[in-house]
Design a protein around this ligand. Structure first.
Ligand code: ADP
Ligand code: MG
Length: 218
């Protein structure tokens, strides 16, 4: 595969400058395949192994069209664990460094509610969290996602394995039908051609997705 520069994408110049500062010049394969359809507004289901750059793939898509002048939750990223949510939020903050007024808020279980409620009262553009706690905030009314434009399910297979289907269903039901949905997952040894269909069926959240599958070769 030929290397593809981030410069070939129609990304805001502040984001491109920031990528250069971070030392990201060439897209990884999953980024090169998933970013064009994501930037066109398509739903994407991407399967690629751990360490292949999935966070920056969906992260750039989330940041590219963000209207940070409107201080409302436009993007939500669901992750299986607090540790992963914090890693994703850190990467989003790094990627967003050149952009003005982008507030990334993490909402995870096992953390006290008070500071989360205080942060929510101040508002955010991007929320990253675990399904249980996000669902809890929706029930309490402390988080509303009726202005959501993009939903990401990161490590979707793990969230299902951990039994988060009901919480994910409740969260999805609270989003506008017009949202764009991005589902990212790692591949496993023995993954067969049917698994991506099963994954999206199990979650039933992506519509007519572009399927990106980066083969593992050792
Ligand atoms: P995954 O979610 O697929 O497991 P990550 O998103 O955590 O992978 O990325 C793995 C590492 O690769 C991170 O340290 C990240 O900073 C780095 N990375 C991602 N994209 C690029 C890129 N295009 N160029 C250089 N490094 C990158
Ligand atoms: Mg990841």
């Amino acid at each position: 595969m030929t290397a593809t520069a981030f410069d070939s994408l129609r990304l805001p110049v502040e984001l491109l400058d920031n990528l250069h500062t971070l030392g990201y010049h060439q897209m990884t394969p999953v980024q090169a395949e998933s970013l064009p359809p994501m930037l066109e507004g398509r739903d994407v289901l991407a399967l690629a192994k751990t360490g292949s750059g999935k966070t920056a793939a969906f992260g750039l898509a989330l940041l590219a069209g963000l209207d940070a002048s409107a201080f409302r939750v436009e993007r939500l990223v669901l992750c299986p664990t607090r540790e992963l949510a914090e890693q994703v939020a850190d990467e989003l903050r790094r990627l967003a460094r050149g952009l003005a007024n982008v507030k990334v808020l993490t909402l995870c279980g096992g953390q006290p509610m008070g500071p989360q409620l205080a942060s929510l009262a101040h508002g955010a553009n991007i929320v990253v969290g675990t399904p249980g706690r996000i669902d809890e905030h929706l029930r309490k009314g402390s988080l509303t996602i009726d202005t959501l434009r993009m939903l990401v399910l990161d490590e979707a297979d793990r969230m299902l394995d951990m039994g988060f289907q009901a919480e994910i269903d409740a969260i999805v039901a609270a989003t506008p039908a017009s949202r764009q949905t991005l589902l990212f997952s790692a591949t496993f040894a023995g993954l067969d051609e049917g698994d991506d269909a099963q994954l999206s069926q199990g979650l039933d959240v992506v519509r007519n997705p572009v399927v990106v599958r980066v083969a593992e070769r050792h």
